[in-house]
Design a protein around this ligand. Sequence first.
Ligand SMILES: [Ca+2]
Ligand SMILES: [Ca+2]
Ligand SMILES: [Ca+2]
Ligand SMILES: [Ca+2]
Length: 430
Amino acid sequence: MPAWVNVAQSTVTVVSVAPQLISANLGQIFSIDVTVSDVVDLYAWEIELSWDPSLLGTISVTEGSFLKSGGDTFFIYNVNDTQGHILIDCTLIGQIVGVSGGGVLATVTFLALGAGETPLDLYDEVLLDHNETQIACQVSDGYCYLNVSHDVTIVNVEASPMMASIGNPVNINVTVQDVGAFNETFNVTVYAGSQTIRMDSISLSSGSSANLLFTWDTTGYAKGDYAIIASASVVQGEVNIANNYRQTANLVTLLYNGHDIAVTEVEPSKTIVGRGYSAVVKVVVKNYGIFSETSKTAVYANSTIIWLQIDDLTSGSSATLSLVWNTSSFAIGNFSISAYVEPVLDELDVADNQNVSKVPVHVGVPSDISGPIQGVYDGICNMRDINYLIQFFNTNPSSPNWKPNADVNNDAVCNMRDIQIAILNFNKHE
Ligand SMILES: [Ca+2]
Ligand SMILES: [Ca+2]
Ligand SMILES: [Ca+2]
Ligand SMILES: [Ca+2]
């Protein structure tokens, strides 16, 4: 006759290291929790944790939130980093009952000192209820894999001089370091913009650094502004590759051996301007020649001149104009914003003396800055535009969601004044 056996599903209280498996790199700081699960009436606990002291050192030990949730506690610990163990004690204070459930008892933060593997061994565990009766429990240890890292990095890249005429050399100093745990052989490549200047192979021992000098022969390069970039090849097993790349803080300017000026930037602040209101247009004029020049710049909206300016520019210098374009005398429509700097005497390359903004500017009904597609004007000012303005209410140019088009009256804030313009123009259309 078969016997029916009723096995009670009793839960077991477990004290664990969490996470159970840890992987860390040499030099890395990481934390583990000592947790308890399915405990009833926990009033006090004590535990020891041990590890291989050649691999880990303790940074801190802090109390977890579990026991504290029942009242005031007393928490104490004693670390022995020479032998690699810690004794932790914690108890509630006063005549209260203990805490039930599960949570974090303590958090231990370690520094990875060496490469290898070590258990995080929990032992001598004691859990007591409020009657000082011992609570039966099991322990679950952790295990730690400590990896040595491969990591090379570009520490610094500097160019000198920052301005040179084509054909003259530019010196580029690159500092590289092996911040990993192995000796490495790798390539360091230096670029001017997208063009390779030179590649060097270098061997470094763990922790050491080296300065490399690259001489950029600028013969045959076009005049212009160049980002100087140094890049270290990724070594076997390398994970941190973000630090294998660095560029100079400023661009290096190559000058034409003669007279040459150019408009390098035309950037209106808005893509939609209410008729009668304003936008700011930024224009940059640069002298790429080796002589001082007087530049005469005209800024246009389609074929109408909106600004004229004269600047004295020394070799390699630039002038930035920020002009306010008032659209009062313009009809509704699309305007291409461009700037033209008059060629100077004996200037050969005049193609770059004109520059056009990437996006045309629409002059329309004031406050018509949105429509069925958010942020795209639809030729009428209505509730869609007011709702759009409300979305950006009280933003200014330092706000992450700043929309220049929503600042209809161009006073560097989107607020009630812009909504009032929408109300004044309500239901007006192009
Ligand atoms: Ca690296
Ligand atoms: Ca030119
Ligand atoms: Ca609209
Ligand atoms: Ca405004």
